[in-house]
Design a protein around this ligand. Sequence first.
Ligand SMILES: [Zn+2]
Ligand SMILES: [Zn+2]
Length: 347
Amino acid sequence: MTTTVAAYAAPGAKAPLERTTIERRTVGEHDVLIDIHFAGICHSDIHQARAGWGDAIFPMVPGHEIAGIVAAVGSGVSKFQVGDRVGVGCMVDSCGECAPCRNGQEQHCVRGNIPTYNGVGKDGEPTYGGYSKQIVVTESFVVRIPESLPLDVAAPLLCAGITTYSPLKRWGAGPGKKVAVIGLGGLGHMAVKIAHALGAEVTVLSQSLRKKDDGLKLGADHYYATSDRETFEDLAGSFDVILSTVSAPLNFGAYLGLLKTGGALVNVGAPEEPISLNLFSLLGGSKILAGSMIGGIAETQEMLDFCAEHGLGAEIELIEASRINEAYERVDNSDVRYRFVIDTATI
Ligand SMILES: [Zn+2]
Ligand SMILES: [Zn+2]
């Protein structure tokens, strides 16, 4: 027994998204049924809907920045009640038994986490994401959205928020630390807000100065254009942490030159092509090149509570579902400030 739910799906890698219906599983003992109110459009939705990261499952319903209200709970659910404000991020399940799962790093489950879409659930069925009216998720992968955060601006926190919060925390962004954020897009604008709220001195490194006023309003202390070669001379050896949020291939060697001794360049972007790097750029100054991928469920809750405490939501452009394809093109052209969010009432 399943429930038929309206959704927007990509029928294939070359096809635009279109309205359709999907089947959601019946609410099980530990499941939560969520009425989705808002779903953010993440750059990785676009990569995957075009099979840019390799094999993909079609039809695909993207969306892993989900905010909504609990509509029903299974008999064994203890964390949530009907009416609760909740979110779902990039994964909907994992093995629950391996070391990373037991350590709150479900995203690194050794058997592979089950992604919110473009994956296969424990029931053997494809997973479908947030561009839909409802979703059924096991309660341990559902997080609570605090009352003070509006659901529309909270939705993007479920990917863009945790993807930037986790490495900023891990690499010590805070008072007395100089943090640079590469790219002021969906991820970058949240990185600026969060690093500023953590107490760091924040610099944006963007291709041009086009969004400088925005960057400073979002909480950056400084703003530099990377198209200006002098930027790399002026800022040499400046930063404790640099967070790269861009999905285009970068000259990582040049950015490593901006780190202090022992500093870390952390990449959360996901370019489709490999990069090359002269490893000498890591030797002088004993520098660190690191990666990070979303965050665990407990840390995602911590991030939401932090954002609520500091009044941080995403800067969004709310759209009707019929404009998803147009929104994808605008994301391609970096023409969004700073996250499209779908009003799922329009699906
Ligand atoms: Zn995402
Ligand atoms: Zn596991």
